[in-house]
Write a protein that binds this ligand. Structure first.
Ligand code: AMP
Length: 282
């Protein structure tokens, strides 16, 4: 496995891969890797001839006061995990390599960026779109792998790929969970034992809503009410949103018959956690 820190190094490494490998897969991450990230790597390995993973804690997707400086950084351990999965190239640039002095171009996916997480983290979708566009331009992958766990990010990136004519396939992989249901996240490391127990209310809420849907409820309003009742069991969590939306546009839907995304976000202790389930069309 080759580890490169510069854009020129990444381009050269990908050019060498291209000589013999037809399909190149890209797995962008911020590191502190867990089984969720590794599931993307495995999907990329299965679907592509070569895999490039990136490790970059992207400063432009964090607002002042968010956890950029405390975000877990475990470069050596991450590289060992990626090597064990058979990744070909790790691109791990410093911030100054990605954003040299004077960098002023941003990628803004309008409207959709103001929905779900974009409402409470206004600069976040723009930061994600900007860095992912740069990674697409540097690596020029045939397929790029993202997790359904970040459903709003997926919707924004789908729009970006379509609107900007990126010549690649965006592959979305299912959310990987701990055995008790908690969606895996690098931010779970912030949780104390008590907070981790409280955090389970997020997946419990989603499961409860899924069960109500299985029992025949299709209108969003009673489903949200049922979910809020479950969330109220853990008064110490600070709810950001519980919404039922169209997974493509992130706009609220009145009922789930045509398929929907049920998404929840809440602060638990020092961590802001998100989770969601996709409801298939009836
Ligand atoms: P991050 O390092 O948090 O930016 O995540 C990098 C990629 O891993 C994103 O595409 C995430 O959606 C994906 N990811 C994070 N957690 C999970 C999970 N529990 N299951 C599946 N994918 C995940």
């Amino acid at each position: 496995m080759l580890t490169v820190k510069t854009i020129a190094g990444a381009r050269a490494a990908v050019a060498r891969l291209r000589v013999e490998r037809h399909c190149i897969g890209l797995v962008p991450t911020m590191g502190a890797l867990h089984e969720g990230h590794l599931s993307l790597v495995r999907a990329a390995k299965a679907a592509c001839d070569a895999v490039v993973a990136t490790i970059f804690v992207n400063p432009t997707q964090f607002a002042p006061g968010e956890d950029f400086s405390t975000y877990p950084r475990r470069f050596e351990a991450d590289c060992a995990l990626l090597e064990a999965e058979g990744v070909d190239v790790v691109f791990a640039p410093e911030a100054a390599e990605m954003y040299p002095a004077g960098a002023s171009t941003i990628v803004e996916v309008e409207e959709i960026s103001d929905r779900l997480d974009g409402l409470s983290r206004p600069g976040h979708p723009r930061g994600v779109a900007t860095v992912v566009a740069k990674l697409f331009n540097i690596v020029q992958p045939d397929k790029a792998f993202f997790g359904q766990k970040d459903a709003a990010q997926v919707a924004v990136l789908r729009h970006m790929v379509r609107d900007q004519n990126y010549n690649l396939e965006l592959v979305v992989c299912p959310t990987v969970r701990e055995t008790d249901g908690l969606a895996m996240s690098s931010r779970n490391h912030y949780l104390s034992a008590d907070e981790r127990r409280s955090a389970l209310v997020l997946s419990r809420t989603l499961r409860h809503i899924e069960a109500r849907i299985a029992a025949g409820v299709v209108e969003s309003a009673p489903l949200i009410d049922a979910g809020l009742a479950v969330l109220a069991e853990e008064p110490e969590i600070r709810l950001d949103y519980l919404r039922i939306v169209d997974p493509e546009t992130l706009e609220d839907v009145a009922d789930v018959s045509a398929g929907a995304l049920v998404a929840v976000a809440a602060a638990v202790g020092p961590a802001r956690l998100i989770d969601n389930v996709l409801i298939p069309p009836r």
